[in-house]
Design a binder for this molecule. Structure first.
Ligand code: PMP
Length: 303
């Protein structure tokens, strides 16, 4: 049995899990005025010590969301960091930890209400993707990706996941593990909760910043690490049919981690098995997040 969260953080205070409160008429619920981060803390296999991966980058991104959403008097990055680092040991985890940090409008109001702004943290178990070893079987969704001029994907807003749910539920009904989404230009953007890399002729390709993607922390990590490993990485546009002729492909995200893609629209990617480059990057990512390498120690915050 997985460990269970006993405590959470609400507005800087550690409280019992069941004491978390939000009014049904809060703007966070009536108009989905809420931004969040999914963050992971990994357990070192030998020492059992926990470290949070790329905490600073997640905190910076939530502050960008807070700014774009015009929330009033948000918590500081230091307060949120303290809340996360204090909460993890209180829950006495015995395995990796998934952290969800939310900043939200707690009061009732109208479409222009900007506060009071509250924040919450939960730290819970989360299983690995079923595709981690075997690869994911994905379908291209018939839903279109949200776009910057209506529901900016750059903001990790809870409301954006209304669109992601449609995509994921369609994929499930159609018998896929998940989906890839085309943007309003008809180019591949990302999945409902992770970014995409495609490998063609030894080069890594990923949809560029303007492809209606979330500016993913993991995507940035993969771009840097792949270059350090000597691969060429291009941020570019990707056509649907490039998915069918790719040698390899993988999804990446904090929650997803780095997961190979076995097929798209029932066509095998490469030979339908996790390929050598995706597998090498997956192993490297695992070492970096867990701290079994000394490289990039600056990306791990000790708990
Ligand atoms: N795209 C979407 C739509 C996501 O929800 C996520 C998960 N946060 C990602 C990409 C990956 O982002 P990150 O690497 O920052 O977790």
């Amino acid at each position: 049995m997985a460990w269970q969260a006993k405590f959470m953080v609400q507005n800087g205070r550690i409280i019992p899990w069941e004491d978390g409160r939000i009014h049904p008429h809060a703007l966070a619920i009536t108009y989905a005025a809420s931004v969040f981060e999914g963050i992971r803390a990994y357990r070192h296999p030998q020492t059992g010590a926990y470290s949070v991966f790329r905490l600073k980058e997640h905190l910076e991104r939530i502050m960008q969301g807070v700014k774009i959403m015009r929330f009033e008097n948000p918590p500081t990055m230091a307060e949120m960091e303290r809340g996360i680092l204090d909460l993890i040991p209180k829950n006495e985890p015995d395995d990796d930890v998934y952290i969800r940090l939310q900043v939200l409008v707690e009061g009732p109001g109208t479409q222009v209400t900007r506060g009071p702004t509250g924040w919450t943290v939960v730290a819970i178990p989360r299983e690995r993707s079923p595709g981690f070893s075997r690869g994911l079987n994905l379908g291209v969704s018939s839903w279109t990706r949200i776009s910057d001029n209506s529901m900016p994907p750059r903001v990790k807003a809870a409301a954006n996941y209304h669109a992601s749910r449609f995509v994921s539920m369609q994929a499930k009904a159609d018998g896929y593990d998940g989906a890839l989404i085309l943007n309003s230009q008809g180019k591949v953007s990302e999945g409902p909760g992770a970014c995409l890399f495609v490998i063609r002729d030894g080069r890594l390709l990923t949809p560029h910043r303007g492809s209606d993607i979330l500016e993913s922390v993991t995507r940035t990590t993969v771009i840097q690490v792949a270059r350090e490993m000597g691969y060429t990485v291009e941020e570019t546009t990707i056509d649907r049919t490039e998915l069918y002729v790719a040698d390899e492909a993988f999804m990446c995200g904090t929650g997803q981690e780095l997961v190979p893609i076995a097929s798209v629209d029932r066509l095998p990617v490469g030979d339908g098995k996790p390929g050598p480059i995706a597998s090498a990057l997956q192993a490297k990512y695992e070492a970096l997040v867990r701290g079994t390498t000394n490289e990039h120690a600056e990306w791990r915050t000790a708990v």
